[in-house]
Design a protein. Structure first.
Length: 287
């Protein structure tokens, strides 16, 4: 028995929902698989439990009854909103990409457990981040992005701006185990095949890193990809990578995601997070 794979598009009704749908459809079409549209409703818990022990049940039962009715009304509104959102998103995708199959999933609770529920089916995950007004704010990349990326064993595409079909890509390469693993994963996928690729390494001016860069290029070209390597000497990795992207009009950035631990991230920061927060281009995170 085979497991049907899909690109899981996580939508929430925000301004980036349309972008998430379009990039998920592009991703699914490139891999010839379906889309799973996921909306998760995180409904706040009822406050009835907090009041039931603080007020007289007999004298104020009507208050608990009213709270119960409010809970029911709130649940109905959330369900109606979720239904409308996923149906609108599905219609949008079918209008733009009518050859892509779309399946709708609605769940209650938190996003990460909902994503992990479909773990056996997920080939990739697409999520949105905040738009141009927040592009320089690290805390506004979306609170769920790092949590999902660290837990995921499939690529996570982060987008914010209106869809633009990618024709070129840049792989941020630092010769780490995470970066080498990303090269292997990309070389085994058809997602970027046929597009102009660039493997870019900043600093790491030692023979071992240079050899890893050359090996990465050989691995990609042997798999049929058109790639060039670039070894830049800028001191700051993020600024160097983004400057290269702007200079070469790169459409999509691929980053080995969160190679350090969360504890290291707290003290040292994260190149991954900085890149997501500093560009409006789509970013593919690979662990």
């Amino acid at each position: 028995m085979t497991t049907q794979q899909h690109v899981l598009a996580c939508i929430d009704g925000s301004a980036v929902t349309e972008s998430v749908c379009d990039y998920a459809a592009w991703y699914a079409r490139r891999l010839n698989i379906s889309i799973g549209l996921l909306h998760v409703s995180d409904v706040a818990a009822s406050i009835r439990r907090d009041l039931s022990g603080a007020i007289g049940i007999n004298s104020r039962q009507f208050l608990l009854d009213e709270l119960s009715q409010l809970d029911e009304q709130r649940a109905k509104v959330v369900n109606s909103y979720s239904n409308a959102l996923v149906q609108d998103a599905k219609s949008h995708i079918k209008n733009q990409f009518d050859d892509v199959d779309v399946y709708v999933y609605q769940r209650r609770g938190k996003l990460l457990p909902a994503i992990e529920h479909f773990k056996a089916h997920n080939r990739a995950i697409v999520m949105g981040r905040r738009g141009e007004d927040h592009k320089h704010s690290r805390i506004n990349i979306g609170s769920q992005i790092e949590t999902v990326a660290r837990a995921s064993n499939v690529p996570v595409l982060i987008c914010s701006e209106k869809f633009k079909e990618p024709h070129s890509y840049m792989i941020a390469f630092d010769a780490s185990k995470t970066a080498i693993k990303a090269i292997t994963m990309l070389s085994e996928s058809s997602l970027l095949k046929g597009m102009q690729g660039h493997i870019v390494m900043i600093g790491n001016d030692n023979e071992s890193a240079k050899k890893s860069l050359a090996n990465a290029c050989t691995q990609m070209t042997s798999a049929g990809f058109l790639v060039e390597t670039h070894h830049l000497q800028q001191l700051d990795a993020v600024n160097g990578l983004l400057a290269f992207q702007m200079e070469h009009a790169i459409d999509i950035i691929v980053v080995g995601a969160y190679g350090s631990s969360k504890l290291q991230h707290l003290f040292l920061g994260s190149t991954t997070t900085e890149i997501i927060a500093s560009t409006l281009s789509p970013v593919i995170l690979v662990r």
